[in-house]
Design a protein around this ligand. Structure first.
Ligand code: FAD
Length: 437
C-alpha cells in the first residue's frame, strides 16, 4: 500500500486531496493507496474575503467553514501540526510526538506571518495604532482602528520579501479611500502606500495602471522603502536607507515565512523556509518523492489561490506519473489570475504567468466577457461571487469553464506604451455604496 501524505489543509492541500482522491478512487477502495491530510486548525478561512472585514462588508461567518466537510471522505484528516520532517527516512513528526511515514509527501503548509521579524512592530502600539488584515483577528481589530480614524496619516506598509496576495494591500488602499469618503473624513486623511518595490507592483504594465488609479484616488506612493524598524511610541516607520514615514494609523503586511519545520529539514527550504521547488513540475529539490504546492513553495509566481488551483492540475498528473514510474510533466507555467477590488463597485482583473506580465485584453475567452487590466463593474461582481466559486468549485478541485492551467494568449494584446493607462481608470459614479454579497 502506498501512503500519500499532504501537509496542510488550506487552499492548496484541500484541492490536492480532493483531486487525487477522485483520480485514485479505485486504488483507495481496493486498499492499494491511502491518503492522509494533516492540519491543526478545525476551520478553513476564505482568506481573499479578509479584505472586506475592516470595512464592514463581511462578517466572519462569511469566511469560515468547518474543515472536515471540505475534504473528500476517502482522505483521513488528522488534526495536528507537523513539527519535523525527515526526508531521509520519509517520515514526519506530529505535535503529539507521533511519527508518520509516507511514500509521497506534498507540502502545502502555506505561509506564516512574521511580524516579530520587524523590530518594534509588535510593541505596545500593536492593535492600537498598528494593525494587519491578513489574519481574521487583525482584520476585525482594524475595523475598530479605522472607525477611530478621523484625520491624520493612514500608512499602508508592505514588508520586504515575498508576501501572499501582493494586490491585497493595494485593494486596501482603494477601499480605504472609498470608506473614508463615505465616512466624510477623506479630506482630513492622507493615505500613503509604502512599498519596498520600485512601483505598486513588480509587473511593469500592471504597475503603470495602478499608478494611475492611486493617483486618481489621491493615494501617495513611497517606493523602495524597505522597512527596518518601527517606533510605535513616536508613530514612525524607518527604512534601511535612513528614511522615515510618520503615521497615525499603520496598516502593515508583515514579512512572510514558510512553516517552521521546513527550517529543520535539511535541504528542504530556503532562507525564509519556502520549499525549494521545481517551478514547472512542483517536485521539491530535496527528494523525488516530495512535492510542494501553493504559498509554501519558492516558485516565482504570486502566492495566490488561483495559482494553487492551476498548479494542482499539473501536480495531480505528476503524482500519478510518479506512482507509475513515469517522467514528470514540466507543465506549470506559473499561471495566476486575480480580481483586484478598486472601490466604488469596480474591480480590475489581471492574468499572468512566470514569463508574461499582465496584459490588456479579454478573459477568459478571446471575446471576454471580463476586461483585463481595466476597472469594471463586471469584475467587481466576479470579486463578490468569488467566495461562492471558492467553496463550490475551487476547493473541491473542479475546473473552471474556459480557464486553463496555462495562461492563454487569445484575447490579449501587448500594451502599446500608454494605451492601457488611459483605459485603466473608469469614469466614476459618485456616491455609490459598496455592498457585500
Ligand atoms: C488578505 C488576503 C487576500 C487575498 N486575496 C486573494 C485573491 O484575491 N485571490 C487569490 O487567488 N488569492 C488571494 N489570497 C491568497 C490566498 O488566500 C492564498 O494564496 C491561498 O490560500 C494559499 O493556499 P495554501 O494552501 O498555499 O496556504 P493556506 O491556504 O494558507 O493553507 C496553509 C495550511 O497549512 C496549515 N499549516 C501551517 N503550518 C502547518 C504545520 N506545521 N502542520 C500542519 N499544517 C500546517 C495551516 O493551518 C493552513 O490551513 C489572499 C490572501 C489574503 C491573506
Amino acid at each position: 500500500m502506498r501512503h500519500i501524505l499532504i501537509l496542510g489543509a488550506g487552499t492548496a492541500g484541500t484541492i490536492m486531496a480532493n483531486r487525487l482522491a477522485r483520480a485514485l478512487r479505485p486504488g483507495l477502495a481496493a486498499g492499494k493507496v491511502r491518503m492522509t491530510i494533516v492540519d491543526p486548525s478545525p476551520t478553513h478561512v476564505f482568506q481573499p474575503g479578509l479584505i472586506f472585514i475592516p470595512f464592514g462588508g463581511y462578517g466572519r461567518e462569511k469566511l469560515l467553514r468547518d474543515r472536515g466537510p471540505t475534504i473528500d471522505r476517502d482522505v483521513r484528516l488528522v488534526r495536528s501540526a507537523i513539527v519535523a520532517m525527515d526526508p531521509e527516512t520519509d517520515t514526519v513528526t506530529l505535535s503529539d510526538g507521533e511519527r508518520m511515514p509516507y511514500d509521497i509527501c506534498i507540502v502545502a503548509t502555506g505561509t506564516r506571518l512574521a511580524p516579530e521579524a520587524t523590530p518594534g512592530l509588535m510593541g505596545a502600539a500593536w492593535r492600537h495604532s498598528i494593525f494587519d488584515f491578513y489574519t481574521l483577528e487583525g482584520a476585525e481589530a482594524l475595523a475598530y482602528g479605522l472607525d477611530c480614524l478621523t484625520g491624520g496619516r493612514l500608512v499602508i506598509n508592505v514588508a520586504p520579501g515575498p508576501i501572499k496576495a501582493p494586490s491585497a494591500p493595494l485593494e486596501f488602499a482603494f477601499l480605504a479611500d472609498e470608506y473614508l469618503t463615505r465616512c466624510g473624513v477623506r479630506d482630513r486623511v492622507e493615505i500613503v502606500y509604502v512599498t519596498p518595490l520600485d512601483g505598486p507592483s513588480s509587473h511593469a504594465t500592471y504597475s503603470r495602471s495602478l499608478e494611475r488609479l492611486l493617483d486618481a484616488k489621491d493615494v501617495r506612493v513611497v517606493t523602495g522603502f524597505s522597512t527596518e524598524r518601527v517606533n510605535g511610541a513616536l508613530r514612525e516607520i524607518h527604512s534601511d536607507d535612513g528614511r522615515t514615514e510618520r503615521f497615525d494609523l499603520l496598516v502593515t503586511v508583515p514579512e512572510h515565512r514558510g512553516a517552521d519545520f521546513v527550517a529543520t529539514a535539511a535541504g528542504l527550504g530556503d532562507a525564509r523556509n519556502f520549499v525549494r521547488t521545481d517551478p514547472r513540475t512542483l517536485q521539491a529539490d530535496v527528494k523525488p518523492n516530495v512535492f510542494a504546492i501553493g504559498d509554501a513553495t519558492d516558485c516565482p509566481t504570486d502566492k495566490v489561490a488561483s495559482a494553487a488551483q492551476h498548479a494542482a492540475r499539473v501536480l495531480e498528473r505528476n503524482v500519478l506519473h510518479y506512482l507509475r514510474g513515469e517522467p514528470l510533466e514540466p507543465a506549470f507555467d506559473g499561471h495566476a489570475n486575480t480580481l483586484v477590488e478598486t472601490g466604488r463597485d469596480r474591480a480590475m482583473l489581471v492574468d499572468f504567468n512566470y514569463s508574461t506580465s499582465p496584459m490588456p485584453g479579454r478573459f477568459p475567452f478571446a471575446w471576454g466577457p471580463a476586461p483585463l487590466l481595466r476597472e469594471s463593474v463586471l469584475n467587481h461582481i466576479g470579486k463578490l461571487a468569488a467566495r461562492h466559486w471558492y467553496w463550490g468549485r475551487l476547493l473541491p478541485g473542479r475546473n473552471f469553464l474556459g480557464i486553463g492551467e496555462q495562461m492563454k494568449r487569445a484575447g490579449k494584446r501587448s500594451p502599446r506604451e500608454g494605451t492601457d493607462l488611459r483605459l485603466a481608470v473608469a469614469p466614476r459614479r459618485r456616491g455609490t455604496q459598496w455592498r457585500a454579497w
